[in-house]
Design a protein around this ligand. Structure first.
Ligand SMILES: *[C@@H]1O[C@H](CO)[C@@H](O)[C@H](O)[C@H]1NC(C)=O
Ligand SMILES: *[C@@H]1O[C@H](CO)[C@@H](O)[C@H](O)[C@H]1NC(C)=O
Length: 530
Protein backbone atom coordinates (compact mmCIF):
# COMPACT_ATOMS: atom_id res chain seq x y z
CA UNK A 1 0.00 0.00 0.00
CA UNK A 2 1.58 3.50 -0.33
CA UNK A 3 6.01 10.79 -4.56
CA UNK A 4 9.19 14.86 -8.46
CA UNK A 5 10.12 17.50 -10.26
CA UNK A 6 7.09 19.58 -11.19
CA UNK A 7 6.45 22.14 -8.49
CA UNK A 8 3.22 22.14 -6.54
CA UNK A 9 2.03 25.38 -7.99
CA UNK A 10 2.56 24.18 -11.55
CA UNK A 11 0.60 21.04 -10.76
CA UNK A 12 -2.24 23.02 -9.25
CA UNK A 13 -2.35 25.24 -12.28
CA UNK A 14 -2.51 22.23 -14.55
CA UNK A 15 -5.30 20.83 -12.46
CA UNK A 16 -7.38 23.95 -12.67
CA UNK A 17 -6.91 23.95 -16.44
CA UNK A 18 -8.04 20.33 -16.62
CA UNK A 19 -11.55 21.41 -15.71
CA UNK A 20 -11.81 23.34 -18.93
CA UNK A 21 -10.08 20.82 -21.18
CA UNK A 22 -12.37 18.18 -22.66
CA UNK A 23 -11.60 14.60 -21.80
CA UNK A 24 -8.97 13.15 -24.12
CA UNK A 25 -9.64 9.62 -25.13
CA UNK A 26 -6.57 7.50 -24.60
CA UNK A 27 -6.11 4.33 -26.52
CA UNK A 28 -3.89 2.35 -24.24
CA UNK A 29 -3.38 -1.15 -25.61
CA UNK A 30 -2.85 -4.14 -23.40
CA UNK A 31 -1.20 -7.45 -24.26
CA UNK A 32 -2.18 -10.81 -22.83
CA UNK A 33 0.64 -13.10 -21.80
CA UNK A 34 -1.02 -16.43 -21.25
CA UNK A 35 2.06 -18.39 -20.20
CA UNK A 36 2.84 -15.98 -17.42
CA UNK A 37 -0.78 -15.69 -16.31
CA UNK A 38 -0.99 -19.48 -16.18
CA UNK A 39 2.19 -19.68 -14.12
CA UNK A 40 0.69 -17.32 -11.55
CA UNK A 41 -2.50 -19.39 -11.47
CA UNK A 42 -0.36 -22.44 -10.85
CA UNK A 43 1.28 -20.74 -7.85
CA UNK A 44 -2.18 -19.83 -6.57
CA UNK A 45 -3.23 -23.47 -6.83
CA UNK A 46 -0.15 -24.66 -4.92
CA UNK A 47 -0.80 -22.11 -2.17
CA UNK A 48 -4.48 -22.94 -1.98
CA UNK A 49 -3.91 -26.68 -1.92
CA UNK A 50 -1.46 -26.32 0.95
CA UNK A 51 -3.78 -24.05 2.86
CA UNK A 52 -6.82 -26.22 2.21
CA UNK A 53 -5.05 -29.39 3.25
CA UNK A 54 -3.33 -28.17 6.39
CA UNK A 55 -4.95 -24.94 7.54
CA UNK A 56 -8.47 -24.58 6.14
CA UNK A 57 -10.91 -22.75 8.43
CA UNK A 58 -7.87 -21.32 10.21
CA UNK A 59 -6.35 -18.05 9.06
CA UNK A 60 -2.90 -18.82 7.68
CA UNK A 61 -0.77 -21.74 6.54
CA UNK A 62 2.59 -22.52 8.08
CA UNK A 63 4.05 -24.10 4.93
CA UNK A 64 7.33 -25.43 6.35
CA UNK A 65 5.74 -27.40 9.18
CA UNK A 66 2.33 -27.94 7.53
CA UNK A 67 0.73 -26.16 10.46
CA UNK A 68 -1.62 -23.21 10.79
CA UNK A 69 -2.00 -19.92 12.62
CA UNK A 70 -5.09 -18.02 13.76
CA UNK A 71 -3.60 -14.58 13.50
CA UNK A 72 -6.85 -12.91 12.30
CA UNK A 73 -9.33 -14.25 14.85
CA UNK A 74 -9.65 -17.69 13.28
CA UNK A 75 -12.39 -16.93 10.75
CA UNK A 76 -10.46 -18.33 7.80
CA UNK A 77 -8.69 -15.19 6.62
CA UNK A 78 -6.86 -16.92 3.75
CA UNK A 79 -10.10 -18.34 2.40
CA UNK A 80 -11.87 -14.98 2.43
CA UNK A 81 -8.81 -13.17 1.09
CA UNK A 82 -8.34 -15.76 -1.68
CA UNK A 83 -11.89 -15.43 -2.95
CA UNK A 84 -11.63 -12.45 -5.27
CA UNK A 85 -8.38 -13.81 -6.72
CA UNK A 86 -9.96 -17.20 -7.37
CA UNK A 87 -12.84 -15.36 -9.03
CA UNK A 88 -10.72 -13.27 -11.41
CA UNK A 89 -8.64 -16.38 -12.18
CA UNK A 90 -11.86 -18.31 -12.80
CA UNK A 91 -10.82 -21.11 -10.50
CA UNK A 92 -14.33 -22.43 -9.99
CA UNK A 93 -13.55 -25.31 -7.67
CA UNK A 94 -11.87 -22.91 -5.25
CA UNK A 95 -14.67 -20.36 -5.73
CA UNK A 96 -17.26 -22.99 -4.84
CA UNK A 97 -15.34 -24.15 -1.78
CA UNK A 98 -15.11 -20.61 -0.41
CA UNK A 99 -18.71 -19.79 -1.27
CA UNK A 100 -19.87 -22.84 0.67
CA UNK A 101 -17.65 -21.82 3.58
CA UNK A 102 -18.61 -18.13 3.98
CA UNK A 103 -22.10 -18.71 5.46
CA UNK A 104 -20.54 -21.09 8.03
CA UNK A 105 -18.25 -18.46 9.57
CA UNK A 106 -19.22 -17.63 13.12
CA UNK A 107 -18.48 -13.93 13.20
CA UNK A 108 -20.11 -13.57 16.62
CA UNK A 109 -17.59 -15.56 18.57
CA UNK A 110 -13.96 -14.93 19.22
CA UNK A 111 -12.17 -14.59 22.51
CA UNK A 112 -9.18 -12.91 20.92
CA UNK A 113 -8.70 -9.19 20.42
CA UNK A 114 -10.10 -7.96 17.10
CA UNK A 115 -8.41 -5.34 14.90
CA UNK A 116 -11.01 -3.06 13.33
CA UNK A 117 -8.63 -2.21 10.47
CA UNK A 118 -7.44 -5.72 9.64
CA UNK A 119 -10.94 -7.13 9.92
CA UNK A 120 -12.32 -4.43 7.66
CA UNK A 121 -9.75 -4.70 4.87
CA UNK A 122 -9.44 -8.49 4.80
CA UNK A 123 -12.81 -9.87 5.82
CA UNK A 124 -15.29 -7.09 5.14
CA UNK A 125 -13.50 -6.17 1.91
CA UNK A 126 -13.43 -9.85 0.94
CA UNK A 127 -17.12 -10.30 1.62
CA UNK A 128 -18.26 -7.09 -0.03
CA UNK A 129 -16.38 -7.98 -3.14
CA UNK A 130 -18.40 -11.17 -3.18
CA UNK A 131 -21.52 -9.12 -3.54
CA UNK A 132 -20.69 -7.42 -6.81
CA UNK A 133 -19.49 -10.27 -8.91
CA UNK A 134 -22.64 -12.29 -9.29
CA UNK A 135 -24.60 -9.16 -10.08
CA UNK A 136 -22.22 -8.33 -12.86
CA UNK A 137 -21.70 -11.83 -14.03
CA UNK A 138 -25.39 -12.69 -14.18
CA UNK A 139 -25.60 -10.23 -17.00
CA UNK A 140 -22.62 -11.11 -19.06
CA UNK A 141 -19.37 -12.89 -19.46
CA UNK A 142 -17.62 -16.10 -18.56
CA UNK A 143 -19.42 -16.67 -15.30
CA UNK A 144 -22.74 -17.48 -16.93
CA UNK A 145 -22.42 -21.21 -16.24
CA UNK A 146 -21.74 -20.44 -12.66
CA UNK A 147 -24.86 -18.60 -11.71
CA UNK A 148 -26.49 -21.42 -9.77
CA UNK A 149 -23.67 -21.72 -7.31
CA UNK A 150 -23.06 -18.06 -6.72
CA UNK A 151 -26.56 -16.67 -6.71
CA UNK A 152 -26.92 -16.44 -2.96
CA UNK A 153 -25.82 -12.84 -2.68
CA UNK A 154 -28.07 -12.10 0.25
CA UNK A 155 -26.36 -14.65 2.52
CA UNK A 156 -22.98 -13.07 1.83
CA UNK A 157 -24.26 -9.55 2.44
CA UNK A 158 -25.86 -10.64 5.69
CA UNK A 159 -22.51 -12.09 6.83
CA UNK A 160 -20.87 -8.75 6.03
CA UNK A 161 -23.53 -6.93 8.06
CA UNK A 162 -23.22 -9.38 10.92
CA UNK A 163 -19.47 -8.77 11.05
CA UNK A 164 -19.82 -4.99 10.83
CA UNK A 165 -22.53 -5.00 13.50
CA UNK A 166 -20.09 -6.72 15.83
CA UNK A 167 -17.38 -4.18 14.98
CA UNK A 168 -19.57 -1.10 15.55
CA UNK A 169 -18.77 -0.88 19.27
CA UNK A 170 -15.28 0.35 18.29
CA UNK A 171 -16.79 3.68 17.22
CA UNK A 172 -18.40 4.29 20.61
CA UNK A 173 -15.87 6.94 21.72
CA UNK A 174 -16.34 10.58 22.75
CA UNK A 175 -15.14 11.87 19.36
CA UNK A 176 -16.33 9.05 17.14
CA UNK A 177 -12.73 8.26 16.19
CA UNK A 178 -12.77 4.46 16.56
CA UNK A 179 -10.62 2.41 18.90
CA UNK A 180 -8.77 0.06 16.56
CA UNK A 181 -8.88 -2.77 19.08
CA UNK A 182 -12.01 -4.42 20.42
CA UNK A 183 -13.46 -7.61 21.82
CA UNK A 184 -16.71 -9.32 20.86
CA UNK A 185 -17.71 -11.15 24.06
CA UNK A 186 -18.87 -9.15 25.81
CA UNK A 187 -18.72 -6.36 23.21
CA UNK A 188 -16.19 -3.75 24.34
CA UNK A 189 -13.40 -1.50 23.16
CA UNK A 190 -9.75 -2.43 23.73
CA UNK A 191 -9.08 0.70 25.81
CA UNK A 192 -6.64 2.58 23.58
CA UNK A 193 -6.53 6.36 23.96
CA UNK A 194 -5.32 7.06 20.41
CA UNK A 195 -5.60 5.55 16.94
CA UNK A 196 -3.49 6.02 13.82
CA UNK A 197 -4.56 7.66 10.57
CA UNK A 198 -4.22 4.47 8.50
CA UNK A 199 -6.40 2.49 10.86
CA UNK A 200 -8.95 5.35 11.05
CA UNK A 201 -8.83 6.30 7.39
CA UNK A 202 -8.89 2.85 5.78
CA UNK A 203 -12.42 1.93 6.72
CA UNK A 204 -14.41 4.44 4.75
CA UNK A 205 -14.49 2.59 1.41
CA UNK A 206 -15.65 -0.72 2.85
CA UNK A 207 -18.13 0.79 5.34
CA UNK A 208 -19.59 3.16 2.76
CA UNK A 209 -19.95 0.29 0.32
CA UNK A 210 -21.75 -1.74 2.96
CA UNK A 211 -24.20 1.11 3.53
CA UNK A 212 -24.77 1.53 -0.18
CA UNK A 213 -25.49 -2.18 -0.61
CA UNK A 214 -27.69 -2.54 2.45
CA UNK A 215 -29.57 0.78 2.33
CA UNK A 216 -28.49 1.43 5.93
CA UNK A 217 -26.51 4.66 6.27
CA UNK A 218 -25.20 3.89 9.75
CA UNK A 219 -22.04 2.10 8.58
CA UNK A 220 -21.00 4.92 6.29
CA UNK A 221 -21.82 7.55 8.91
CA UNK A 222 -19.63 5.84 11.52
CA UNK A 223 -16.59 5.54 9.27
CA UNK A 224 -17.03 9.03 7.77
CA UNK A 225 -17.32 10.61 11.22
CA UNK A 226 -13.94 9.14 12.19
CA UNK A 227 -12.48 10.25 8.87
CA UNK A 228 -13.78 13.81 9.33
CA UNK A 229 -11.01 14.50 11.89
CA UNK A 230 -8.43 13.58 9.26
CA UNK A 231 -10.04 15.75 6.60
CA UNK A 232 -10.03 18.72 9.01
CA UNK A 233 -6.92 18.13 11.15
CA UNK A 234 -6.57 19.86 14.53
CA UNK A 235 -4.44 21.35 15.98
CA UNK A 236 -2.23 22.93 13.29
CA UNK A 237 0.74 20.80 14.39
CA UNK A 238 -1.15 17.78 13.10
CA UNK A 239 -0.63 18.99 9.51
CA UNK A 240 3.07 19.87 9.12
CA UNK A 241 2.72 20.26 5.35
CA UNK A 242 -0.60 20.98 3.58
CA UNK A 243 -2.43 17.69 3.35
CA UNK A 244 0.38 15.71 5.04
CA UNK A 245 -0.49 14.76 8.58
CA UNK A 246 0.85 13.39 11.84
CA UNK A 247 0.11 9.80 12.77
CA UNK A 248 -1.84 9.45 16.02
CA UNK A 249 -5.21 10.95 16.93
CA UNK A 250 -6.87 11.08 20.37
CA UNK A 251 -10.12 9.18 20.74
CA UNK A 252 -11.35 11.78 23.28
CA UNK A 253 -11.50 14.77 20.92
CA UNK A 254 -10.07 13.75 17.54
CA UNK A 255 -6.96 15.92 17.95
CA UNK A 256 -3.55 14.93 16.60
CA UNK A 257 -0.93 14.15 19.26
CA UNK A 258 2.14 14.19 16.97
CA UNK A 259 3.46 15.64 13.71
CA UNK A 260 5.30 12.60 12.42
CA UNK A 261 4.32 10.90 9.21
CA UNK A 262 5.09 9.41 5.85
CA UNK A 263 3.63 7.26 3.08
CA UNK A 264 4.54 4.06 4.91
CA UNK A 265 3.00 1.75 7.47
CA UNK A 266 0.64 3.35 9.99
CA UNK A 267 -0.32 6.21 7.68
CA UNK A 268 -0.17 4.82 4.12
CA UNK A 269 -3.65 3.82 3.19
CA UNK A 270 -5.24 6.97 4.64
CA UNK A 271 -3.71 8.79 1.66
CA UNK A 272 -4.48 5.86 -0.64
CA UNK A 273 -8.20 5.98 0.14
CA UNK A 274 -8.61 9.73 -0.42
CA UNK A 275 -8.37 9.34 -4.19
CA UNK A 276 -10.04 5.94 -4.14
CA UNK A 277 -13.14 7.41 -2.45
CA UNK A 278 -13.35 9.97 -5.24
CA UNK A 279 -13.07 7.19 -7.78
CA UNK A 280 -15.80 5.32 -5.90
CA UNK A 281 -18.20 8.27 -6.09
CA UNK A 282 -17.24 11.62 -7.61
CA UNK A 283 -20.33 13.36 -6.31
CA UNK A 284 -20.09 12.48 -2.66
CA UNK A 285 -16.32 12.49 -2.17
CA UNK A 286 -15.01 15.61 -3.88
CA UNK A 287 -13.56 16.82 -0.57
CA UNK A 288 -11.52 13.63 -0.33
CA UNK A 289 -10.12 14.39 -3.79
CA UNK A 290 -9.15 17.89 -2.68
CA UNK A 291 -7.29 16.49 0.31
CA UNK A 292 -5.48 13.94 -1.88
CA UNK A 293 -4.42 16.70 -4.29
CA UNK A 294 -3.03 18.71 -1.35
CA UNK A 295 -1.12 15.68 -0.04
CA UNK A 296 0.18 14.77 -3.49
CA UNK A 297 1.30 18.33 -4.28
CA UNK A 298 2.98 18.70 -0.88
CA UNK A 299 4.77 15.40 -1.40
CA UNK A 300 6.07 16.60 -4.75
CA UNK A 301 7.09 19.95 -3.27
CA UNK A 302 8.59 18.84 0.05
CA UNK A 303 9.33 15.11 0.22
CA UNK A 304 11.11 14.27 -3.01
CA UNK A 305 14.54 12.94 -2.30
CA UNK A 306 17.41 11.61 -4.42
CA UNK A 307 20.17 9.44 -2.96
CA UNK A 308 23.73 10.78 -3.10
CA UNK A 309 25.01 7.71 -4.91
CA UNK A 310 22.16 7.33 -7.42
CA UNK A 311 20.75 10.84 -7.90
CA UNK A 312 18.55 9.68 -10.77
CA UNK A 313 16.41 7.66 -8.32
CA UNK A 314 13.38 9.23 -6.63
CA UNK A 315 12.11 8.28 -3.20
CA UNK A 316 9.72 10.05 -0.83
CA UNK A 317 11.10 11.02 2.60
CA UNK A 318 9.24 10.65 5.88
CA UNK A 319 8.81 13.62 8.21
CA UNK A 320 9.01 14.58 11.90
CA UNK A 321 7.35 17.95 11.92
CA UNK A 322 9.01 19.72 9.01
CA UNK A 323 12.26 17.77 9.39
CA UNK A 324 12.70 14.96 6.88
CA UNK A 325 13.87 11.38 7.46
CA UNK A 326 15.39 9.55 4.51
CA UNK A 327 13.81 6.20 5.12
CA UNK A 328 11.17 4.27 3.21
CA UNK A 329 9.77 0.79 3.11
CA UNK A 330 8.15 -1.88 1.01
CA UNK A 331 4.72 -0.79 2.28
CA UNK A 332 5.34 2.74 0.96
CA UNK A 333 5.96 1.42 -2.56
CA UNK A 334 2.20 1.53 -3.18
CA UNK A 335 2.75 5.27 -3.61
CA UNK A 336 3.80 5.02 -7.28
CA UNK A 337 0.59 3.19 -8.11
CA UNK A 338 -1.48 5.63 -6.06
CA UNK A 339 -0.03 8.67 -7.86
CA UNK A 340 -0.71 6.94 -11.17
CA UNK A 341 -4.30 6.19 -10.16
CA UNK A 342 -4.65 9.83 -9.12
CA UNK A 343 -3.28 10.97 -12.48
CA UNK A 344 -5.72 8.75 -14.36
CA UNK A 345 -8.69 9.61 -12.16
CA UNK A 346 -8.09 13.37 -12.32
CA UNK A 347 -6.95 13.33 -15.93
CA UNK A 348 -3.69 14.89 -14.78
CA UNK A 349 -0.63 13.37 -16.48
CA UNK A 350 1.81 15.15 -14.11
CA UNK A 351 0.77 12.82 -11.28
CA UNK A 352 1.08 9.79 -13.51
CA UNK A 353 4.56 10.82 -14.63
CA UNK A 354 5.61 11.36 -11.05
CA UNK A 355 4.14 8.02 -10.01
CA UNK A 356 6.22 6.32 -12.71
CA UNK A 357 9.39 7.80 -11.18
CA UNK A 358 8.44 6.36 -7.83
CA UNK A 359 7.85 3.01 -9.50
CA UNK A 360 11.39 3.18 -10.93
CA UNK A 361 12.81 3.74 -7.44
CA UNK A 362 10.98 0.78 -5.95
CA UNK A 363 12.00 -1.38 -8.91
CA UNK A 364 15.61 -0.64 -7.96
CA UNK A 365 15.02 -1.95 -4.43
CA UNK A 366 14.19 -5.31 -6.03
CA UNK A 367 16.86 -5.56 -8.70
CA UNK A 368 19.71 -4.58 -6.38
CA UNK A 369 19.44 -7.42 -3.87
CA UNK A 370 20.82 -10.96 -3.90
CA UNK A 371 17.33 -12.48 -4.17
CA UNK A 372 15.86 -9.90 -6.57
CA UNK A 373 13.24 -9.04 -3.92
CA UNK A 374 13.04 -5.69 -2.13
CA UNK A 375 13.52 -5.23 1.64
CA UNK A 376 10.95 -4.38 4.30
CA UNK A 377 12.73 -1.09 5.25
CA UNK A 378 15.52 0.87 3.53
CA UNK A 379 17.34 4.17 3.91
CA UNK A 380 19.55 6.51 1.90
CA UNK A 381 21.51 9.75 2.23
CA UNK A 382 19.76 12.69 0.61
CA UNK A 383 21.79 14.62 -1.93
CA UNK A 384 20.20 18.04 -1.24
CA UNK A 385 20.41 18.12 2.57
CA UNK A 386 23.56 18.71 4.70
CA UNK A 387 25.53 15.47 4.57
CA UNK A 388 26.00 13.61 7.84
CA UNK A 389 23.53 15.82 9.72
CA UNK A 390 21.67 13.79 12.39
CA UNK A 391 18.71 13.34 10.05
CA UNK A 392 20.95 12.53 7.04
CA UNK A 393 23.56 10.01 8.20
CA UNK A 394 25.93 8.14 5.87
CA UNK A 395 25.49 4.45 5.08
CA UNK A 396 26.76 2.08 7.77
CA UNK A 397 30.28 0.88 6.92
CA UNK A 398 29.20 -2.68 6.19
CA UNK A 399 26.72 -1.45 3.56
CA UNK A 400 28.77 1.38 2.07
CA UNK A 401 29.61 -0.63 -1.05
CA UNK A 402 26.01 -1.80 -1.47
CA UNK A 403 24.79 1.81 -1.05
CA UNK A 404 27.32 3.04 -3.54
CA UNK A 405 25.92 0.82 -6.29
CA UNK A 406 22.24 0.62 -5.25
CA UNK A 407 21.27 4.07 -3.93
CA UNK A 408 19.82 2.68 -0.67
CA UNK A 409 20.86 0.50 2.22
CA UNK A 410 18.80 -2.10 4.04
CA UNK A 411 17.66 -1.54 7.63
CA UNK A 412 15.23 -4.49 7.70
CA UNK A 413 15.75 -7.26 5.16
CA UNK A 414 12.60 -9.29 5.67
CA UNK A 415 10.18 -10.01 2.85
CA UNK A 416 6.75 -11.02 4.15
CA UNK A 417 4.99 -11.70 0.83
CA UNK A 418 3.99 -8.05 0.46
CA UNK A 419 2.40 -6.82 -2.80
CA UNK A 420 3.17 -3.08 -3.06
CA UNK A 421 5.96 -3.11 -5.66
CA UNK A 422 4.12 -5.47 -8.02
CA UNK A 423 0.89 -3.55 -7.28
CA UNK A 424 2.51 -0.35 -8.53
CA UNK A 425 3.87 -2.15 -11.64
CA UNK A 426 0.25 -3.13 -12.31
CA UNK A 427 -0.95 0.51 -12.22
CA UNK A 428 2.06 1.59 -14.30
CA UNK A 429 1.19 -1.00 -16.93
CA UNK A 430 -2.50 -0.20 -16.99
CA UNK A 431 -1.70 3.52 -17.36
CA UNK A 432 0.92 3.18 -20.10
CA UNK A 433 0.52 -0.21 -21.77
CA UNK A 434 4.34 -0.36 -21.69
CA UNK A 435 5.36 -4.06 -21.67
CA UNK A 436 8.39 -3.12 -19.56
CA UNK A 437 6.13 -3.19 -16.53
CA UNK A 438 4.83 -6.63 -17.38
CA UNK A 439 8.43 -7.79 -17.58
CA UNK A 440 9.23 -6.22 -14.21
CA UNK A 441 6.21 -7.87 -12.61
CA UNK A 442 7.10 -11.22 -14.11
CA UNK A 443 10.71 -10.93 -12.97
CA UNK A 444 9.61 -10.03 -9.42
CA UNK A 445 7.10 -12.88 -9.39
CA UNK A 446 9.72 -15.36 -10.59
CA UNK A 447 12.16 -14.29 -7.90
CA UNK A 448 9.51 -14.53 -5.20
CA UNK A 449 8.45 -17.90 -6.53
CA UNK A 450 11.94 -19.34 -6.45
CA UNK A 451 12.89 -17.84 -3.10
CA UNK A 452 9.70 -18.23 -1.04
CA UNK A 453 8.37 -21.58 -2.30
CA UNK A 454 8.78 -24.12 0.45
CA UNK A 455 6.93 -27.16 1.77
CA UNK A 456 3.19 -26.89 1.22
CA UNK A 457 3.13 -23.25 0.06
CA UNK A 458 5.09 -20.00 0.09
CA UNK A 459 6.72 -18.42 3.11
CA UNK A 460 7.94 -15.06 4.32
CA UNK A 461 11.75 -14.90 4.34
CA UNK A 462 14.31 -13.31 6.64
CA UNK A 463 16.88 -11.59 4.43
CA UNK A 464 16.35 -10.48 0.83
CA UNK A 465 20.05 -9.79 0.45
CA UNK A 466 21.20 -13.34 1.11
CA UNK A 467 21.06 -15.93 -1.65
CA UNK A 468 18.07 -18.12 -0.85
CA UNK A 469 16.53 -15.51 1.45
CA UNK A 470 18.30 -16.30 4.72
CA UNK A 471 15.65 -18.68 6.09
CA UNK A 472 11.88 -18.91 6.36
CA UNK A 473 9.41 -17.49 8.85
CA UNK A 474 7.18 -20.49 8.14
CA UNK A 475 4.24 -18.18 7.45
CA UNK A 476 2.04 -17.61 4.40
CA UNK A 477 0.17 -14.31 4.89
CA UNK A 478 -3.44 -14.16 3.71
CA UNK A 479 -2.59 -11.11 1.58
CA UNK A 480 -0.35 -13.34 -0.53
CA UNK A 481 -3.61 -14.68 -1.95
CA UNK A 482 -5.52 -11.41 -2.08
CA UNK A 483 -2.77 -9.14 -3.41
CA UNK A 484 0.54 -10.59 -4.70
CA UNK A 485 -1.10 -13.34 -6.70
CA UNK A 486 -3.91 -11.10 -7.97
CA UNK A 487 -1.75 -8.22 -9.24
CA UNK A 488 0.86 -10.67 -10.60
CA UNK A 489 -1.94 -12.33 -12.56
CA UNK A 490 -3.98 -9.34 -13.69
CA UNK A 491 -1.02 -7.57 -15.31
CA UNK A 492 -0.76 -10.45 -17.82
CA UNK A 493 -4.45 -11.37 -18.04
CA UNK A 494 -7.25 -10.56 -20.48
CA UNK A 495 -8.92 -7.20 -20.17
CA UNK A 496 -11.96 -7.42 -17.91
CA UNK A 497 -14.43 -5.09 -16.21
CA UNK A 498 -12.43 -5.28 -12.98
CA UNK A 499 -9.14 -4.27 -14.62
CA UNK A 500 -7.91 -0.72 -13.94
CA UNK A 501 -8.59 1.46 -16.98
CA UNK A 502 -6.55 4.34 -18.34
CA UNK A 503 -9.59 6.07 -19.85
CA UNK A 504 -11.86 6.98 -16.89
CA UNK A 505 -14.11 3.97 -17.35
CA UNK A 506 -13.14 2.10 -14.16
CA UNK A 507 -16.02 0.02 -12.91
CA UNK A 508 -14.11 -1.13 -9.84
CA UNK A 509 -11.82 0.32 -7.22
CA UNK A 510 -9.44 -1.92 -5.29
CA UNK A 511 -9.44 -1.72 -1.55
CA UNK A 512 -6.04 -1.76 0.16
CA UNK A 513 -6.24 -5.56 0.33
CA UNK A 514 -6.81 -5.69 -3.48
CA UNK A 515 -10.46 -6.65 -3.24
CA UNK A 516 -12.26 -5.05 -6.19
CA UNK A 517 -15.24 -2.97 -5.04
CA UNK A 518 -17.75 -1.88 -7.64
CA UNK A 519 -17.78 1.90 -7.97
CA UNK A 520 -21.03 3.58 -6.97
CA UNK A 521 -21.53 5.37 -10.26
CA UNK A 522 -19.46 4.29 -13.25
CA UNK A 523 -18.85 7.23 -15.56
CA UNK A 524 -17.86 5.59 -18.77
CA UNK A 525 -16.32 8.05 -21.16
CA UNK A 526 -17.47 11.10 -19.27
CA UNK A 527 -15.50 14.26 -18.79
CA UNK A 528 -14.00 14.59 -15.34
CA UNK A 529 -15.92 17.33 -13.63
CA UNK A 530 -14.24 19.39 -10.95
C1 LIG B 1 -31.83 -0.94 -1.56
O1 LIG B 1 -32.67 -0.04 -2.28
C2 LIG B 1 -32.66 -0.26 -3.70
C3 LIG B 1 -33.45 0.88 -4.36
O2 LIG B 1 -34.61 1.14 -3.63
C4 LIG B 1 -33.24 -1.66 -3.98
O3 LIG B 1 -33.21 -1.90 -5.38
C5 LIG B 1 -32.39 -2.71 -3.27
O4 LIG B 1 -32.95 -4.00 -3.43
C6 LIG B 1 -32.29 -2.40 -1.78
N1 LIG B 1 -31.32 -3.33 -1.17
C7 LIG B 1 -31.52 -3.90 0.00
C8 LIG B 1 -30.45 -4.85 0.45
O5 LIG B 1 -32.50 -3.67 0.67
C1 LIG C 1 30.29 11.97 6.10
O1 LIG C 1 30.66 10.75 6.73
C2 LIG C 1 31.40 9.88 5.87
C3 LIG C 1 31.55 8.57 6.58
O2 LIG C 1 31.91 8.75 7.91
C4 LIG C 1 32.73 10.52 5.55
O3 LIG C 1 33.50 9.68 4.69
C5 LIG C 1 32.47 11.85 4.83
O4 LIG C 1 33.69 12.54 4.58
C6 LIG C 1 31.54 12.73 5.67
N1 LIG C 1 31.13 13.87 4.82
C7 LIG C 1 30.95 15.08 5.32
C8 LIG C 1 30.57 16.17 4.34
O5 LIG C 1 31.13 15.33 6.51
Amino acid sequence: MRSLSATGSVTLLLLSLAAAVPHRTRTTRYAVNKDRADAVKEAFQVSWDGYHRYAFRHDSLRPVTNGFADDRNGWGASAVDAFSTALVMEKWDVVDRILAYIPEIDFDTTTTEVSLFETTIRYLGGLLELTYAPAYDLLTGPLNDHIKQISDVEAILSQAKRLADNLKVAFDTPSGVPDNNLFFNPPRKGGSTTNGIATIGTLVLEWTRLSDLSNDTEYANLAQKGESYLLHPQPKSGEPFPGLLGTNVRLSDGHFVDSNGGWGGGTDSFYEYLIKMYLYDRERFAEYRDRWVLAADSSIEHLVSHPTTRPELTFLAMWRGKELRFVSEHLACFNGGNFILGGLTLNEPAYTEFGLKLVDGCHETYTSTATGIGPEIFAWQDAAHPLNATNNPPAPANQAAFYSSSGFWITNGNYVLRPEVIESYYYAYRATGDPKYQDWAWEAFERVRETCRVGSGFSSIRDVNRPGGGGYHDFQESFWFAEVLKYSYLIHAEDAPWQVKADHTNEFVYNTEAHPIRVAAPRAGETVSR
